[in-house]
Design a protein around this ligand. Structure first.
Ligand code: DGL
Length: 274
């Protein structure tokens, strides 16, 4: 099974795209809602949460892990890769690569949580690919709580998006990285505010594409996943499992909205399905 984790619902944007791109593989999702947001916590805390999330997914039978949280990837990916033997795919690498390919004026903007922006991981990865790129980063710590609350189209959210994006507009970027897996849920607001000439790079789409090519080139892993799931047919999405460490009405509504169907959230703390 493909194990995916995030601090909350953000990684569901990645899970949804993976369902579409690789429908033949069963998914196990874990959203650590009880501890969201990760992006405002210290690297040590995020690393500890990430380890717990990987342990949980491995106990449930995951054979490959997708770190569908930029904040977790930015702070813990190297540690996780040395501590675990399963393949671990992060959301940053494919996204940085796509942004570097896309820019023509070599001016790239990044929006993300404080942890992601402070880690400098996107700047490092883009500069490694093309040192001529200019990177402009903006931490947006208020966006994740607003999204988790389901405030996707409220006036207050629009004002805050505007406030965060105004400095980036001045830098005349042609590419903007949505460096948090929650942000695709605000794509229309962000695109409107940054201008339609700026291409948004969505880490959920780039990661799903990267996973697809990784699986295409890893027959030993895919045959293993298939062997254990011989009944798994493409588009049998109801077999995918969604675990959360807490469950609230706005979260359930958001999860159903992301997937366009009823998602059965299994609350690992309450031991009940919601
Ligand atoms: N979706 C996570 C990310 O990509 C959100 C982080 C948070 O919980 O602050 O960074």
């Amino acid at each position: 099974m493909i194990g995916i984790f995030d601090s909350g619902v953000g990684g569901m944007t990645v899970a949804k795209t993976i369902e579409q791109v690789c429908p033949q593989y069963p998914l196990l999702y874990f959203g650590d809602v009880a501890h969201t947001p990760y992006g405002s916590k210290s690297p040590e805390t995020i690393i500890n949460y990430s380890r717990r999330n990987v342990d949980f997914l491995l106990r449930q039978g995951a054979e490959i892990i997708i770190v569908a949280c930029n904040s977790a990837a930015a702070t813990s990916i190297n540690k996780l890769r040395t501590e675990y033997s399963v393949p671990i795919i992060d959301v940053v690498t494919a996204t940085a690569s796509k942004a570097t390919e896309n820019t023509t004026n070599k001016r790239i903007g990044i929006i993300g949580t404080r942890a992601t922006v402070q880690s400098d991981i996107y700047t490092q990865q883009i500069k490694q690919r093309n040192p001529a790129c200019q990177i402009y980063s903006q931490a947006c710590p208020l966006l994740v709580p607003l999204i988790e609350e389901g405030w996707l189209n409220k006036r207050e959210t629009k004002m805050i998006v505007r406030r965060y994006l105004t400095p980036l507009r001045r830098h005349q970027i042609d590419t903007l990285i949505l460096g948090c897996t929650h942000y695709p849920l605000l794509t229309p607001l962000i695109q409107k505010r940054i201008g339609k000439k700026v291409r948004l790079i969505d880490s959920s789409i780039e990661t799903a594409r990267y996973l697809q090519s990784f699986l295409d080139n890893s027959p030993e892993i895919t045959s293993n996943i298939r062997k254990k799931n011989t009944n798994q047919q493409p588009h049998h999405f109801e077999k995918n499992l969604f675990f959360v460490s807490d469950s609230t009405p706005p979260l359930r509504k958001l999860a159903n909205g992301i997937f366009g169907r009823k998602i059965n959230l299994i609350n690992t703390n309450a031991n009940t399905n919601t």
